[in-house]
Design a binder for this molecule. Structure first.
Ligand SMILES: C[S@@+](CC[C@H](N)C(=O)[O-])C[C@H]1O[C@@H](n2cnc3c(N)ncnc32)[C@H](O)[C@@H]1O
Length: 210
């Protein structure tokens, strides 16, 4: 996992719309984790479950409108399944651009948006690579736990810890073989400063994406 370029590891402010992951992050020393979900039922349950862990805050909120938070107020945003959920709803491309625009606004320069998803680059890069976000994107692919390659070998840890090569337009190279069709795709998107030039070119904003 890439490390945010601002703040120290245990004081960074992170938005982590997840459940077990947030608990594990507290064990790892993170001190200010804001968890959001549109479901008040989910938020109320989590608030009760974790009321004695002050590092975890829970807010009922729509990720498409996070105006409650100031610009550039987060070191990192972790999304496990929320964009996927929006992509299954009505007006999915518009919802995705609203959510990702908000994520981009909330991140400090150098901050990280980590998207954990079932969407492969064909399905996700079109939403992530808008020039306005100015994200440098690395892709990691993790097979499901216990996955074994045909022939009985389990997938190597090494491949999980190294970014997968992607083409200039953010796709998997033609020769790339996806071992497990049920892999998780992890996009680590770093918000670049306007002055940073050395990153993968982004798509220009096109109306036809909507
Ligand atoms: C696949 S679940 C993932 C839950 C959690 N992130 C985890 O990993 O355990 C998707 C979640 O997205 C939430 N969700 C869907 N649309 C949302 C929106 N517009 N704003 C915030 N949360 C939303 C759903 O309520 C649901 O809890």
């Amino acid at each position: 996992m890439a490390t945010p370029s601002t703040g120290t590891r245990d004081t960074c402010r992170r938005a982590a719309p997840s459940i077990v992951m947030s608990e594990d992050m507290v064990k790892d020393g993170y001190e200010d984790i804001v968890n959001i979900d549109i479901s008040s039922v989910a938020i109320d349950m989590m608030k009760m479950k974790y009321e004695e862990i002050p590092q975890l805050k829970y807010l009922q909120m729509d990720v498409r409108d996070m105006s409650f938070f100031e610009d550039e107020s987060f070191d990192a945003v972790i999304d496990k399944g929320t964009l996927d959920s929006l992509m299954c709803g009505t007006n999915a491309p518009i919802s995705a651009s609203q959510m990702l625009g908000e994520v981009s606004r909330l991140l400090k320069p150098g901050g990280i948006y980590m998207l954990i998803t079932y969407g492969d680059p064909k399905a996700r890069m079109i939403h992530l690579k808008w020039k306005v976000y100015n994200w440098k994107i690395e892709l990691y692919i993790i097979a499901r736990p216990g996955f074994e390659k045909p022939g009985g070998c389990s997938s190597s840890m090494k491949s999980y810890l190294e970014p997968v090569p992607i083409t200039d337009d953010g796709q998997l190279p033609a020769e790339f073989v996806l071992e497990d069709p049920d892999s998780h795709f992890i996009y680590v998107c770093k918000k670049m400063n306007d002055m940073d030039e050395n990153h993968i070119p982004s798509y220009t904003l096109k109306g036809d994406i909507l």
